[in-house]
Design a binder for this molecule. Structure first.
Ligand code: HEC
Length: 141
């Protein structure tokens, strides 16, 4: 498993890309962004969400109509619940999940309606972009 994960996550020495999802999580979020930065990150993250094709499987609201992934409205509340209500730990989990969803699946992965659908990994997204993307996810209601 370790070997397989290493092979899948080979970043090919792209600047700003860390092979290990846990290292990425810490690099992307050494701390929770200050309110002023969060706005800019959110705007950039919204474009990344489109550019990376996330919207082809996910609604940013509370509906799922015809999509393969769970709705992402309120995702930060769910993530906080599973991470001791710690906003830093929650953001870091999102980084790891987006980077390697098979290694860090959400509880939705166990639900019958999502079985057989795999969220694709994103090993080549830079830590900086992961920061913006997750800050965007954090604001979804
Ligand atoms: C091929 C469809 C597909 C694509 C594309 C996709 N996802 Fe997913 N996503 C899923 C499925 C299915 C799940 C539930 C199973 C799991 O956790 O892996 C999921 C789960 C999630 C969750 C967990 C939700 C929760 O409440 O815990 C987040 C966050 C998420 N995706 C974000 C993203 C982002 C960001 C992108 C783009 C980089 C993306 N997804 C691209 C299918 C997809």
């Amino acid at each position: 498993m370790g070997l397989l994960a290493a092979a899948c996550l080979d970043s090919g020495n792209i600047p700003g890309v860390t092979a290990d999802p846990d290292a990425s999580a810490k690099a992307a979020f050494p701390e929770v962004p200050a309110a002023g930065d969060a706005m800019k990150l959110k705007e950039r993250g919204s474009k990344l969400f489109q550019g990376l094709g996330c919207q082809s499987c996910h609604s940013t609201k509370d509906d799922r109509s015809g999509l393969m992934g769970p709705p992402l409205g309120g995702v930060s509340d769910r993530v906080l619940e599973r991470n001791d209500h710690d906003p830093l730990k929650g953001r870091r989990w999102l980084v790891m999940h987006v980077k390697d969803p098979l290694m860090y699946p959400s509880p939705f992965a166990d639900q019958p309606e999502y079985r057989g659908t795999h969220m694709p990994p994103n090993p080549r997204v830079t830590d900086e972009d992961l920061r913006a993307l997750v800050e965007f996810l954090w604001t979804l209601r």
